[in-house]
Design a binder for this molecule. Structure first.
Ligand SMILES: NC(=O)C1=CN([C@@H]2O[C@H](COP(=O)(O)OP(=O)(O)OC[C@H]3O[C@@H](n4cnc5c(N)ncnc54)[C@H](O)[C@@H]3O)[C@@H](O)[C@H]2O)[C@@H](O)CC1
Ligand SMILES: Nc1ncnc2c1ncn2[C@@H]1O[C@H](COP(=O)(O)OP(=O)(O)O)[C@@H](O)[C@H]1O
Ligand SMILES: [K+]
Length: 533
């Protein structure tokens, strides 16, 4: 860990910044200058001809960045209008403000002043950044709603984040949870040092537009201060201006090499067992089994009850079939120590899953529990006591709500009374981590912003807002099979889950709109080849 790009919480970001300043080798003003310069540079890249810009500066250091941006764009020949507050910001922002005042005036930060001026090509939102702690109100809330008008979007540039966005959760403070209508949606967001969870979760990806991460020279302190548990992002759905983003495959290759020696044989590549359901419902488990094969498990055996064997007679021929009626059959099968990964849930039936779960969990074998197995866990809470660190639970939001109703409830909080919402808001990341700690298992909370968490707090986010066509029947079964296949190959559970999620997304990206779940396993060889796996 981290796999892919590192994500920092806002607390980790502040700790990094403080460590840098405490070292005496970099000042807050220097960081602010670098931050502002990076944003001005990104604006000039996109608008090479100097035009008109309105810079909206808030009360803190985000506003300080705004004054730097104003000065730098003015120096580059832009016609700059600055709206700001008559408050006493911190010393760095105050210094930047004074430097701007030597160049031009500061108009009041009001909707009226915003409306009165000439049209601008670009509006820079430097009102709130990581310091936002409560919903914007009064005049600033009015301005933000005004900026939320779609006519601003093409020219709206957010400094660190669109103002009002909680960078730990991706919720808009003050907006009903899960909605962001009339929130300021930027064309471009330039964030500093590392992405924050809020850039990748909930409304964040929708409101940030293109996300650029600018290096402001904090790497040494970020790596040195070890504030809290590090988070990984599995898909760089943003530009990394400093080249620090590592492609995931290079990072995980070492883990995958396990069992893939040139002298290996099929058993050294693992044996995955996919448990299927009764007659007429075998499709889901077959999707999982095909995915487990494509993920490189040496053997995959599909285990329906005897009465359903006949319907699994068709290809793929690489798939082995073996009847499994009850828990005794499973226990007997598991005496074979070579079975190294199991998948229970897709198309299995809740009752059958509940019958098989005790034997499966007692074996302590790496396993993925999806779909009906999750519902069985929710309806038989006593079973949850046997979960262990090599179990991977893969709930979508509905299943998560059944398994962890109190945690799901907190995720919704604020929706009835948005004004009461405080930051940082309880996030999907918090929810997955809390669920994983409670279950003592890996939790993969599915969605366009998939979060994967381990009981010890390690976590990853996979951002798939670019893949709406992945929300299709059976896609989850394929994901479960990929996890099972990689578990069977001997990858540790968190790593297997992260890699499976990434491969799943990459397969969907490759296929594009129109994909069906059946296509996903077939796209894997190309994804694996292309990523050097
Ligand atoms: N972390 C870093 O490494 C760096 C941070 N910089 C900038 O500094 C920002 C953080 O600065 P600050 O901590 O000063 O915070 P912000 O500038 O984000 O805003 C916080 C200020 O607004 C007030 N505030 C919070 N919520 C409010 C609300 N709803 N209504 C009215 N006032 C509210 C706070 O009391 C505080 O004064 C970052 O987002 C970034 O733009 C850069 O200048 C340099 C490097
Ligand atoms: N809007 C979305 N954009 C991208 N991916 C999504 C979206 N909604 C869901 N997904 C992904 O699609 C898959 C759907 O899984 P699931 O809900 O279990 O479906 P099923 O049970 O039909 O297989 C998951 O990998 C999930 O993360
Ligand atoms: K901002």
């Amino acid at each position: 860990m981290p796999i892919g790009t590192e994500i920092l919480t806002t607390a980790q970001m502040r700790a990094t910044e403080s460590a840098a300043m405490a070292s005496g080798r970099v000042s807050g003003a220097a960081l602010m200058e670098r931050a502002g310069r990076a944003v001005a540079g990104q604006i000039r890249l996109r608008w090479p001809r100097p035009g008109r810009v309105t810079v909206l500066c808030g009360p803190g250091n985000n506003g300080g960045d705004g004054y730097v941006i104003a000065r730098r764009l003015h120096q580059a020949g832009w016609r700059v209008r600055v709206l700001g507050l008559d408050n006493a910001p911190g010393p760095d922002a105050e210094a930047m403000r004074r430097q701007w005042l030597a160049i031009g005036p500061i108009l009041p930060l009001t909707e009226q002043a915003l409306r009165d001026g000439p049209d601008s090509d670009v509006h820079v939102d430097a009102i709130f950044g990581t310091g936002l702690t409560r919903p914007p109100e009064g005049e600033i809330a009015t301005i933000l709603r005004h900026l939320g008008d779609s006519r601003f979007r093409d020219g709206l540039v957010a400094v660190d984040c669109p103002s009002g966005l909680c960078m730990d959760s991706g919720a808009m403070l003050g907006w009903p949870r899960g909605t962001a209508e009339h929130a300021p949606a930027a064309r471009l967001t330039v964030a500093f040092d590392s992405p924050k969870p809020g850039h990748l979760l909930e409304q964040g990806p929708i409101l940030c537009g293109q996300l650029v991460i600018a290096d402001i020279g904090l790497r040494e302190w970020r790596e040195g201060q070890g504030a809290g548990i590090r988070l990984g992002c599995l898909w760089p759905a943003f530009d990394i201006a400093d080249g620090r983003c590592q492609p995931v495959p290079a990072v995980v290759r070492a883990g995958l090499d396990k069992g893939r020696t040139r002298h290996g044989h099929k058993f050294s590549h693992g044996h995955a067992l996919v448990i299927a359901g009764g007659p007429g419902r075998g499709g889901a488990a077959r999707l999982s089994a095909r995915a487990a094969l494509r993920a490189g498990a040496g053997l995959v055996t599909l285990c329906p009850p005897d009465a359903a064997m006949a319907e699994h007679a068709q290809p793929p021929d690489a798939l082995m079939r073996r009847p499994m009626d009850g828990a005794e059959d499973l226990t007997a099968l598991l005496t074979d120590r070579r079975i190294s990964g199991l998948c229970l849930g897709p198309g299995c039936g809740i009752d059958r899953a509940a019958v098989l779960l005790p034997a499966l969990l007692a074996s302590r074998r790496p396993c993925v529990l999806d779909a009906d197995a999750l519902t069985a866990l929710a309806t038989h809470p006593a079973l949850a006591g046997a979960l262990h660190e090599a179990c991977v639970l893969t709930p979508h939001a509905g299943e998560f709500g059944r398994l962890f109703p109190d945690i799901a409830e907190r995720l919704q909080s604020g929706s009835d009374d948005p004004a009461a919402m405080r930051g940082p808001a309880f996030s999907r990341l918090d929810a997955a981590r809390e669920a994983a700690a409670r279950a003592g298992a890996i939790v993969l909370l599915k969605g366009p912003d998939t979060v994967i968490a381990a009981p010890d707090g390690r976590a990853m986010i996979h951002s798939a807002f670019d893949l709406p066509w992945l929300a299709t029947a059976g896609a989850g079964d394929v994901l479960a099979g990929l996890v099972a296949g990689l578990l069977a190959r001997g990858l540790p559970a968190l790593r297997a889950t992260g890699l499976a999620t990434w491969l799943h997304g990459q397969a969907a990206r490759r296929l594009g709109p129109g994909l069906t779940a059946d296509d996903l396993p077939e796209a894997l060889p190309a994804v694996l080849r292309q990523s050097g796996l």
